[in-house]
Design a protein around this ligand. Structure first.
Ligand SMILES: [Zn+2]
Length: 111
């Protein structure tokens, strides 16, 4: 049976964009661990609604457990008091605003 040719990576073309999960696991391999999956599931079971939507008077199911203080800015990864439930649009908006912040001690470098 003939097989499809492998996609050719041309150096002059930009690399394909990584998915959000891959970006997270690239930054912190902890996101791929069973411990994180358990902590995430436990938090979503306790707080099933998006906290940002709730502040605006909407009831939206949360799908993302967000670190209130980002890990790259010194937030504790497994501290449940640093977790908040968010829906994907709210998490993307928060992440976008956090990209503008500078990590401590890194002298203005943003990922
Ligand atoms: Zn939301």
């Amino acid at each position: 049976m003939p097989s499809l040719p492998k996609p050719v990576r041309r150096p002059w073309q930009p690399a394909p964009a990584k998915r959000v999960y891959e970006q997270h696991t690239a930054r912190s391999p902890e996101y791929g661990t069973a411990r994180w999956q358990r902590a995430r599931a436990a938090h979503l079971a306790t707080c099933p609604c998006c906290v940002e939507c709730t502040k605006q008077g909407r009831t939206t199911p949360a799908t993302v457990v967000d670190h209130i203080t980002p890990v790259r800015l010194g937030g504790a990864f497994y501290d449940s008091s640093n977790y908040q439930s968010l829906c994907r649009p709210c998490h993307q908006a928060k992440s976008a605003s956090e990209r503008l912040k500078t990590p401590k001690g890194v002298g203005g470098q943003n990922p």
